[in-house]
Design a protein around this ligand. Sequence first.
Ligand code: CMC
Length: 427
Amino acid sequence: MDEFAKVIFDGKTFNLPIVTGSEGEKAIDIRMLRQKTGLITYDPGFGSTGSCKSAVTFMDGEKGILRYRGISIEQLAKHSTFVETAYLLINGELPTYSELNKIRVQLNDYSLVHEDMQVFFQNFPRFSNPMGILSTMVNALRSFYPVLDDVEESINSTMLRLLSKVRTLAAMSYKISRGHKVVYPRQDCTYCANFLNMMFDTPVRPYILDEDVVKALNLFWILHADHEQNCSTSAVRVVGSGKVNLYAAISAGICALWGPLHGGANQAVIEMLSDIHKDGGDIDNVVARAKDRNDSFRLMGFGHRVYKTYDPRAIIMKKACDKILSKMKINDPLLDIALKLEEVALKDPYFIDHNLYPNIDFYSGIVLRTIGIPTNMFTVMFAIGRLPGWITQWKESIDDPDWRISRPRQLYTGLKEKKYISIEDRK
Ligand code: CMC
């Protein structure tokens, strides 16, 4: 039976249809609201707004569930690789052997970037932020690799090109920022191993690949691969809705990810833990500051718009953190501080009442540090991981029969009409 929500306004009743998702989630379809009633909705930050229908990722923030294309994040973390997960997201199904081999070969084939792009890198001022560089370079790819005539073929090759080249660009930016020679991708390496080799191999000290480090990176990227309509994915969809090219939409996503409340949180967590360490480990002071309404400080790596329990990715990341630290025989004081901070915060009534739990970024920085990634590259690492999600969501949006250019309304609160006063008469 069709369900409706009733809106009673101005003495009249309007029926708005209820739509139901495959996991039973219900939403009011308000598309006709303004036309029928003259009303718009007001929802800053979009906490109660579904911006699209999507068959990609399912999240249940109350139960701490995350699934890509129906498969739980726990199973993917245990059994999959990043490339396989990217394939799953983009194509909707896990690949067969031959499909997986094909995409591996294609990713290798696309892995080089135009030599002239190095000139761009060389001219960024020293100490430029790698996220700014990455978004610029991704946008610049459009000039180096123009679209093909066949739309479908063009979309497929652009998606593969992005997946492969963003990894090369990220490693190049690191090498150039250090004044080192760029390392080219290798045909004999897997996706993650190739990235590590491009980052850390040098002419004087060959990089020795460690399977556990490769596994840790695979896991890091699987956990970041998609997260439904978060800030950067929404940016990709909104910018993409203007029918801009995919490079520009992804570049917008990278910019959106940059902020400390979103992808930049992994770097902010490490900086916060390092500050606590330098200040002698005063955790109570940090927790007190986070609770103080007059202090803008927040506990980085805590809280989430959707999760009102543990972020399931944080649970997996915490285990990976323990594993990689013990394998590398590293005793990281920041992990001890993180564990103490988590313990204190989780017992504190403020954090309990506000449903604030560690999110993925609380532990991911420690994993990245352990495998040698410099702190200013952390958010770039998140961007590489989120790329399959951005691409998938962009593709879903352009294929959506309900697609329209994104154009929210507003509630105007400014001045009523007033007269223009010529400059001589202004007080
Ligand atoms: N520390 C202290 N208080 C917090 C925190 C925090 N980390 N997060 C939320 N709160 C409080 C906030 O002050 C507010 O309190 P009150 O209702 O008393 O005014 C309440 O909790 C609700 O906060 P909000 O800002 O309305 O929540 P939001 O859903 O808009 O923000 C968030 C979500 C992730 C931006 C926020 O929790 C935050 O700033 N966390 C720290 C940054 C962080 O770790 N970001 C990574 C998110 S996970 C990776 C990703 O997907 O991007």
